[in-house]
Design a protein around this ligand. Sequence first.
Ligand code: BGC
Length: 237
Amino acid sequence: MKAAPVDVLRGELLADRFRIPTPQPATPAAMAEVVAELVAHFAWSGPVGCAFPGVVQQNVIRTAANLDPSWVGVNGSEIFAKAIGQDPSSVNIVNDADAAGIAEVEFGAGAGRSGLVLMVTLGTGIGTAMFTNGHLVPNTELGHLILDGQDAEETASARAREDSGQKWVEWAPSLDRYLDEIHRLLWPDLIMLGGGVSKKFDKFAEYLTVATEVVPAQLQNEAGIVGAAMAQVRGLG
Ligand code: BGC
């Protein structure tokens, strides 16, 4: 779990990110304690935007594929606000890929692009954020497309590559197959690849054959934090 104060007008962090390992099990109470530590680290008393790796509707967590299942049904802003001693109205939670996409579309690889733009984050899971002419369609969960009988996350995420010890050239076809399926169903004008692997884009880009423009995200690790803050200020979510 990581945090930083954000200049939402420039899309920049105002201080280095501060990171605390996600508690295990990643329950609401345990994560709320970490949120309190992160906020205290920056002596922050202003509004708080959070990016959460699951479906989030009006601050209520609906799925938590890679966190503790007890999150489902919990109002995240209420529990985090209580932990930091603020009013729930000052804590806003959105999906993590949506947050990263919001920042990328405004300040990064998607800036100035029209049509259907898709952010795909490759990490522990696969997150997606879909934009039509700059407007977010929230909570798309295209990382869980079923491909060849398997959740795409199981083969095309960064974790899938790491866990299986695959080289880039061995993993790239799984990613390509996944992006092809996205292309077949949605015909995006641009796909931005985010997550840690965006830094390694050169290692696998040449193996991608999908008939859509694919570019690495530019804000990298900062996109989720910047976008979460932007979503809070814009009242998205
Ligand atoms: C979740 C998404 C999330 C993605 C990246 C997936 O398992 O279902 O909501 O955006 O992981 O964290």
